[in-house]
Design a protein. Structure first.
Length: 229
């Protein structure tokens, strides 16, 4: 991607394309898992704050992080291997500056039904399942918060979840929209598909620090001081 942006490179080898595709999609899968763990973290902090440190110990957190990484690799690696087995005899021209699974798959002149079904399956069992569990976590968080008698404590508990909810919207909205367009809404604007793919790839990591820094009074004051000296 940097080669295309900075050095005006026009070509990428198939092996490099498959490697790039693997890392981009596996990291997105890992990020989805991390958002799920953050929802679990919020739930434990609100539901049982006195036992928080004993439940989420450092070894347990390390194990959960390792599971997230292994799941991302285990889910995306078969997709990459299947793509590598295809024959490519059409015009191998990418419309993006990076290799996207849906686009590379459509360039193959082999039967891609297995890859298409498996790709949709991986989306459902990773991001779809994560989103469902995040939703259930927030249902339980809301149920716990509503049981708090103090109005001030109730608002304070909900306030701790605002940043995480914003990051969830930034991450899942463009990605789900892109999957729907590529697989089900074939008459959608081609330009819109490209814009959504860039938003899905670049906006979440760009906005995550901004979203969380806004909640910190110290960081917010420093940022304001930088721009308004």
């Amino acid at each position: 991607m940097l080669g295309i942006f900075l050095f005006n490179s026009r070509e990428i080898s198939f092996d490099a394309c498959f490697a790039q595709l693997f890392f981009i999609h596996s990291l997105q899968c890992i990020e989805s898992s991390v958002l799920l763990l953050m929802a679990l973290d919020r739930f434990i902090a609100i539901r049982d704050p006195l036992r928080y440190a004993s439940i989420l110990t450092l070894p347990r957190i390390a194990k959960m992080g390792l599971v997230c990484v292994l799941r991302g690799v285990a889910v995306i690696l078969p997709l990459t291997i299947l793509l590598k087995q295809f024959q490519y005899c059409r015009a191998n021209v990418l419309s993006h500056s990076y290799c996207l699974h849906q686009e590379v798959m459509k360039m193959a002149c082999s039967d891609i039904r297995v890859n298409s079904i498996f790709g949709l399956f991986t989306k459902l069992v990773t991001m779809g399942l994560d989103l469902l569990l995040i939703f259930l976590s927030y249902v339980m968080i809301l149920k716990t918060v509503l049981s708090i008698t103090s109005h001030a404590q109730c608002l304070r508990a909900l306030n701790t979840c605002i940043s995480h909810l914003c990051v969830i919207l930034l991450f899942y909205t463009p990605d789900i929209s892109m999957v729907v367009m590529y697989r089900f809404w074939h008459s959608s604007s081609y330009l819109l598909q490209i814009v959504l793919s860039y938003i899905s790839l670049l906006v979440p990591p760009l906005m995550n620090p901004v979203v969380y820094s806004v909640k910190s009074k110290h960081l917010r004051a420093r940022i304001i001081r930088v721009f308004f000296k």
